[in-house]
Ligand binder design. Structure first.
Ligand code: 2NE
Length: 271
């Protein structure tokens, strides 16, 4: 597709296509697309924009270049108590970004070439789908570099690959190739690097042709299976949205505004 860049970003490139795809590219190839606090803040801003833009139906998250999707937190700015941004405040704001991607009511697709490592590996796992190039490499490094992600990085990983494999990935800090990742169910498909974007866009187009409310309810339902009360809130929010769209839901509001009693008797009590 023809991508149009949105101005105002430095660590990332944020683009949109006419047909309704948004693309967020971490653009720090000199550090294998490691993120610093500002990178995460920009991603949060772009994801918020993509969520609010009614023309956007699906979002791609990727990294610049062939070498890496993302190598996790930028170890050069890791200070006392977190990753330190220009404001001098230590943060782990990528955890907020993980929740944002997870609860965003549109499909998010990770497009992975090269390394998806550490916190970068967790980011691709959080995405709804992952399309990998044949040069993709996956793994966690936390226990080797003095870090760990015991949130979605551990529990959601175990939902994907099973408990034994999740413990192997975290305890040994090995790297896994694209085919191994496919065999584990960590990615949805593997294609030659040259076809990575075309394949990813094809998957996006297939989703764009389907019912957006069906997709958002399915995402919320699949999340709810893992996410406890936060997952139920997300799923129930969709029920409220659908109720607001109904005549029955509108009757309550209209009656209040018209200072009359609501007439709910006209609505069917379905079995
Ligand atoms: C990603 C990997 C395997 C790539 O290896 P290779 O050999 O292709 O490249 P190289 O030479 O290691 O890296 C190229 C340049 O990028 C920098 C390197 O230091 C190097 O810089 P120069 O020597 O050219 O100056 N670079 C790469 N990754 C970086 C990073 N994360 N931070 C800062 N600079 C980085 C290999 O580079 C690698 O293993 N990288 C480190 C992966 C890692 O341990 N990430 C942090 C995990 S912890 C985390 O992300 C996290 C968490 O556990 C919990 C919450 C939030 C975050």
């Amino acid at each position: 597709p023809a991508w149009t860049a949105v101005a105002g970003y430095g660590d990332i490139v944020y683009e949109k296509s006419e047909e309704g795809i948004a693309k967020i590219t971490i653009n720090r190839p000199e550090v294998r697309n490691a993120f610093r606090p500002e990178t995460v803040q920009e991603m949060e801003r772009a994801f918020a924009d993509a969520r609010d833009d009614e023309n956007v139906g699906v979002i791609i998250l990727t990294g610049a270049g062939k070498d890496a999707f993302c190598s996790g937190g930028d170890q050069r700015v890791r200070g006392h108590g977190g990753y330190v941004g220009g404001d001098g405040v230590p943060r782990l704001n990528v955890l907020d970004l993980q929740r944002q991607i997870r609860t965003l009511p549109k499909p998010v697709v990770a497009m992975v070439a090269g390394y998806a490592i550490g916190g970068g590996h967790v980011l691709h796992m959080i995405c709804d789908l992952t399309i990998a190039a044949d040069n993709a490499r996956f793994g966690q490094t936390g226990p080797r570099v003095g870090s760990f992600d015991g949130g979605y990085g551990a529990s959601y990983m175990a939902r994907i690959v099973g408990q034994k494999k999740a413990r192997e990935i975290w305890f040994l800090c090995r790297q896994y190739g694209a085919q191994e990742a496919l065999d584990m169910g960590l990615v949805n498909c593997v294609v030659p690097y040259e076809r990575l974007e075309a394949e990813t866009v094809q998957w996006c187009r297939e989703m764009l042709a389907n019912s957006p409310i069906a997709l958002r309810c399915l995402k919320a339902a699949l999340n709810a299976d893992c996410d406890g009360q936060a997952g139920l809130q997300e799923l129930a929010g969709n029920a409220t949205l659908l109720y607001y769209l109904s005549e029955e839901g509108k009757e309550g509001k209209n009656a209040f505004l018209e200072k009359r009693k609501p007439d709910f008797r006209k609505f069917p009590r379905l079995p």
